[in-house]
Design a protein around this ligand. Sequence first.
Ligand SMILES: Cc1ncc(COP(=O)(O)O)c(C=O)c1O
Length: 387
Amino acid sequence: MFSSRLPARLGPSPLSRAIGLARGEGRVRIDLTETNPTVVGLEYPHDLVGALADPAVLTYDPASLGTVTARAAVAAGYTTTVVDPARVVLTASTSEAYAFLFKLLCDPGDHVAIPRPSYPLFDLLTSLEGVEPRPYRLDPAGGWAIDRDSLMQALTPRTRAILVVSPNNPTGSCLRAADRDWLVELARDRQLALIADEVFADYPLVPRRDASSLLGTSGALTFTLGGLSKSAGLPQMKLAWTVISGPDDLVAAARDRLDLLADSYLSVSTPVQVAAPRLLAAGRDVQRAIRPRLVANLETIRRFVKRAPAMSVYEPEGGWSAVIRVPAILSEDQWVLRLIDDCGVLVHPGYFFDLDTGVHLVVSLLPAPDVFETGLSAIADRVRSLS
Ligand SMILES: Cc1ncc(COP(=O)(O)O)c(C=O)c1O
């Protein structure tokens, strides 16, 4: 009776069930999987709430791609590249932006090349649009740069788009300038679109000199995604955006089609669009609160890795997460359960993000530094005592 876009079997995996049970029994005391910025003790600017209390929110004047004011505020928020507000499309979330882009670019059964390891939602987001994800590899030995051979192998006659996440979740790796140029040429030659998820772009950690962005690319049709959930630490506001770039004729054709698509949903609320200029401005303060945390927590990882040489960290170049390699004496599931049972610390198993070379744990860098340090200390102790 139901569509195969959704999984035939719902319900939690055995690991999720065990974690749910541990949470219910109060055995998870330190949650290093927390990526919700609103629950990790950050100070938000007080005038944020006032931004929503504008009488203008009471008038509904639908604008399919988003209001002129909100789109202008998003465009102005980009400081390194000039963005034309007419090329900005608002959605309620990045997930919705993906849904629109897959509808725009793909027929049912078409393919989209997606990076591995990366954000776990891509399998579902593609499947929900009747599109098939074709994974390509990021190379751990090369700082998680694009494995070009693997990407070439992932392309099929039905591929419509290549997805790039920079900084990537969870590896924190950024697109290299040489890979950007190569991708643009490849996309242009094969008439593919590029989808660049740059939601973590405001959080550089140890940026490489050759790190690059696809924003404003002119050689191939490109969609660059961002949103308040990361830029302003405000996932509950439900505002994300897509910047279209590329050859003018393709940009115009894509924009007209997105206009129709977005007009069929009109999902972005009026209050958030009225508040957008102030939310984006306040977001810069939130970024200033988040960044030192990311830096401090990454430094904590480095410190504990030195004390427990059996574990190592892939240095993230940006973003909110880090990948820690632990000895293969236990499986990833066993590590996760062991850390809960022995120390009340919750981490993600690497396979959750399709990390498949070695045994990895993924931690969020968002928790308060004292909480994070206690969690890392417990992990390092376990690694030392078990290896
Ligand atoms: C790479 C990446 N893109 C998008 C999102 C989700 O963004 P949104 O809340 O706007 O749907 C996440 C969330 O963690 C993410 O990791």
